[in-house]
Ligand binder design. Structure first.
Ligand code: AMP
Ligand code: MG
Length: 413
C-alpha cells in the first residue's frame, strides 16, 4: 500500500460516525406485548392496578384470627373448627367467625376477619378441626394488596430494554400493548452472478450465497427483523430494480458484493447515480471497500458491503450493529472491547485497523487467533467467537501480548 492510499482512506471511527449521524431512532408505536421482546420502551408505563391486587396467602395453611391462637405452643396447641377451603381463584363469602378457621391455598384471597395465615407445617393438617402449635404474628404469610406495585406508579421507565422479566410485569399489570421503538426491518440483498441458492447443485464457477443467510441471522439475533431477498446477478438494472422494490418496506438495506473496482462491480455503478451513497476505502482489514448513504424519497440508509463473507460479517459487527441499535433506541457507539492475553502471533497491515478472528476464553481472559487473513475463510469464521482488534499503527502481535477483543454473540457491547 502506498502513502497516498493511506492518505485517502477514511478511518473506522470516521466511517462509524458518518453512519451514526445518518441513521435515526425509529418513531414509537404500540406493539402487542408478545412482540416486544428485545425492544426499548418509548414511554413510561404507569400501572392501572396494584399488585398484589388483593391480600392473599403466601403459603398453604389456615386463615386465622390472632385472638384464637394466643399462647398456642408445642405443649399447648390451640384447636379450631375448619369451616371449609379457600382455593386460589375462589372467594370466601362472609367474615371469619371467632373460634373458626379456613383452609387456604397459596394465592387465594384472604377472607375478611382473618389476620394471619398459619402454614400447614405448624399444624396437624386437620380438615374438620385443626390443632395449631404456634401462634403467627399479624399479617404473617399474607401478601398485602399493593405491597409490590401501587396503582398509578411508573413501573417501567422510557428507555427500558424489554426482556422476559419486564414483559412479565407488563402482563401482570394487564397491559396488552406497550409503546416501543419497533423492530428495524433490515433487507439483505446478495449480489453476484456466481451465487446460487444453498441447496442448488453448484455449476462450474458457482458458489452458495453465504452472506444472505449470515447477515439475516445477525439482524434477527439483535431483535430486529431480517428480510432476505433472493440473489441478484451482476446486472445493473436488476440491482437497481431490486433495491427500489425493497425501499417500501425497509428501514435499512444491506447489499453484499459488487463494490470493488472490478469490471462487474455493479452495485457501485448503479448507486453512484441513485441516492447519496458514498463509496470509501476505510482503513480496516477486512472490509476496506465500504459504501454507505441513503436511497429513495424516505432516505433509507443503505450499506453496500464487500462480498467476501468475512469482510461482510465484520462490517456488520462494526457499523451495522451500532446503526440498528441506534434505530432501536439502544445506547450505542463504537464496540466495547475486553483486554485478553493473545496466545499466538500474527502480522497486521500498517495503517489499517485489523479485526482478526479469534477464540476467546472468558474465564482465562485469553484469545487464540484462528485462521489466516483471507476474507473468504468461512470455516475459520465459524470457529471464532471474537474479533481481535489490532490498532492501525501495530504491525505485529507477539505471543503473550495483551490485545483488545470484541466478544461476539452477547459479549459486552
Ligand atoms: P465482490 O465483493 O463482489 O467482488 O466479491 C468478493 C468475493 O466474495 C468473491 O470471491 C465473491 O464470489 C464472494 N462473494 C460475494 N458475494 C458472496 C456471498 N453472498 N456469499 C459468499 N461469497 C460471496
Ligand atoms: Mg462480485
Amino acid at each position: 500500500m502506498s502513502d497516498s492510499d493511506n492518505a485517502t482512506m477514511r478511518s473506522v471511527d470516521d466511517h462509524l460516525k458518518t453512519v451514526l449521524d445518518t441513521v435515526q431512532l425509529l418513531a414509537p408505536m404500540e406493539l402487542p406485548i408478545t412482540d416486544v421482546n428485545g425492544l426499548v420502551l418509548a414511554d413510561d408505563v404507569v400501572s392501572a392496578i396494584s399488585l398484589p391486587p388483593f391480600d392473599n396467602s403466601s403459603v398453604d395453611g389456615y386463615a386465622v384470627r390472632l385472638a384464637d391462637l394466643e399462647g398456642a405452643g408445642e405443649d399447648s396447641p390451640a384447636e379450631l373448627r375448619v369451616l371449609g377451603d379457600v382455593a386460589a381463584g375462589s372467594v370466601h363469602e362472609g367474615i371469619l367467625e371467632p373460634g373458626t378457621c379456613l383452609r387456604i391455598m397459596t394465592g387465594a384471597m384472604v377472607p375478611y376477619g382473618a389476620e394471619a395465615i398459619v402454614p400447614l407445617e405448624w399444624t396437624d393438617r386437620g380438615t374438620e378441626s385443626v390443632r395449631i402449635t404456634r401462634a403467627p404474628e399479624r399479617n404473617e404469610h399474607i401478601r398485602i394488596l399493593g405491597s409490590d406495585v401501587t396503582a398509578g406508579d411508573v413501573v417501567l421507565k422510557a428507555g427500558t430494554h424489554l426482556g422476559p422479566r419486564q414483559i412479565g410485569l407488563l402482563a401482570a399489570i394487564g397491559q396488552v400493548h406497550a409503546p416501543v421503538h419497533p423492530h428495524p426491518r433490515v433487507v439483505v440483498l446478495s449480489t453476484g452472478s456466481e451465487l446460487v441458492e444453498p441447496g442448488t447443485p453448484l455449476g462450474p464457477g458457482q458458489i452458495n450465497d453465504g452472506n444472505g443467510p449470515a447477515l439475516t441471522a445477525a439482524v434477527n439475533a439483535m431483535g430486529a427483523t431480517g428480510i432476505r431477498v433472493g440473489i441478484i446477478g451482476d446486472d445493473p438494472q436488476g440491482v437497481l430494480d431490486a433495491i427500489e422494490d425493497q425501499l417500501i418496506r425497509a428501514d435499512i438495506v444491506i447489499t453484499t458484493g459488487g463494490v470493488s473496482v472490478g469490471a462487474y462491480d455493479v452495485v457501485k455503478e448503479v448507486l453512484s447515480t441513485l441516492g447519496t451513497v458514498e463509496f470509501s476505502k476505510v482503513a480496516m482489514q477486512p472490509g476496506m471497500p465500504q459504501g454507505f448513504g441513503t436511497v429513495g424519497e424516505d432516505r433509507i440508509p443503505i450499506f453496500t458491503l464487500p462480498g467476501n463473507p468475512v469482510s461482510a460479517y465484520v462490517s456488520f459487527e462494526i457499523y451495522i450493529r451500532p446503526a440498528i441499535e441506534k434505530m432501536m433506541g439502544i445506547e450505542t457507539g463504537p464496540r466495547n472491547t475486553v483486554t485478553a492475553t493473545c496466545f499466538g502471533a500474527f502480522k497486521s497491515p500498517d495503517g489499517k485497523r485489523q479485526f482478526a478472528r479469534g477464540v476467546f476464553d472468558p474465564v482465562g481472559l485469553s484469545v487464540r487467533p484462528v485462521g489466516g487473513h483471507g476474507s473468504h475463510l468461512v470455516g475459520d469464521l465459524a470457529l471464532a467467537n471474537a474479533l481481535i482488534v489490532v490498532p492501525e499503527h501495530v504491525t505485529e502481535v507477539v505471543d503473550g501480548d495483551d490485545v483488545e477483543v470484541i466478544v461476539l454473540d452477547g459479549g459486552p457491547r
